[in-house]
Design a protein around this ligand. Structure first.
Ligand SMILES: [Zn+2]
Length: 226
């Protein structure tokens, strides 16, 4: 395996720690994957292994059909969904899946998160959409993610009755989108509990999104979304 595969193995193993740090996962239910740049390969976590035990050497390398190329354990049960996204969306370099509580509560009700916050306008450019209900195993989850996010500003989709999938130009960006999705969902939930949110003008959402995606951050660093 090349140095690039080794680098992606280390990155994917480490990023799972962020899911734990931000409280997005329970037990082993959540996963990060990354495309190996320039290769038709992805790296994903093994199925059912504690986050404490994830290391670069027990990550699983698969081809973009989800077939294991290198690794001793079975890959995540969500591998088919991740692989479908990489096949369909060439600009995506990272995929994350969680059942984070507030965002998944919106998914359970099948309701998109409307944009009433500047932070949501920045990262998501509007509402966070709902994707279709789909059973795990085949391509249905991947198809639902791609159908919902293609041409959409949001890097996150709330898969109905299931949970969150996010995409990014790399795995770190997809993890960030998962963290921000849960943060926005929590605030949106609290807002609903308190009453009716104040509306935001579409032009203001557009201006915030444009500034954050194109100007925010340090010069020369890569931008948030693919
Ligand atoms: Zn799931």
């Amino acid at each position: 395996m090349s140095a690039e595969v080794a680098r992606v193995r280390a990155q994917v193993a480490a990023l799972h720690g962020e899911l734990v740090r931000y409280g997005l996962v329970a037990w082993t239910a959540g996963n990060v994957s990354a495309r190996v740049p320039g290769r038709d390969l992805m790296v994903i976590k093994p199925s059912g292994v504690s986050y404490d035990d994830l290391r670069p050497d027990n990550m699983i390398v698969c081809d973009l059909d989800g077939v294991v190329v290198d690794g001793d354990l079975s890959p995540s049960s969500d591998t088919a969904a991740h692989a479908y996204v990489y096949r369909a969306m060439s600009e995506v370099g990272g995929v994350v899946h969680t059942h984070s509580g507030y965002a998944t509560a919106w998914a359970a009700r099948g309701e998109a998160i409307p944009c009433h916050l500047t932070a949501q306008a920045d990262e998501f450019g509007g509402e966070i959409p709902v994707g279709p209900f789909a059973l795990i195993g085949g391509d249905d989850i991947g198809k639902g993610i791609v159908a919902t996010l293609s041409g959409h500003r949001s890097p996150a989709v709330l898969m109905r009755n299931h949970g969150v999938f996010t995409i990014g130009r790399d795995a770190r960006a997809a993890v960030k989108a998962a963290v921000m999705c849960e943060d926005v969902a929590r605030t949106a939930h609290l807002t609903r509990a308190l009453g009716e949110p104040a509306p935001m003008a579409r032009a203001d959402i557009d201006a915030l999104y444009d500034r954050y995606q194109n100007v925010y951050g340090q010069p020369g660093t890569s931008r948030p979304n693919p």
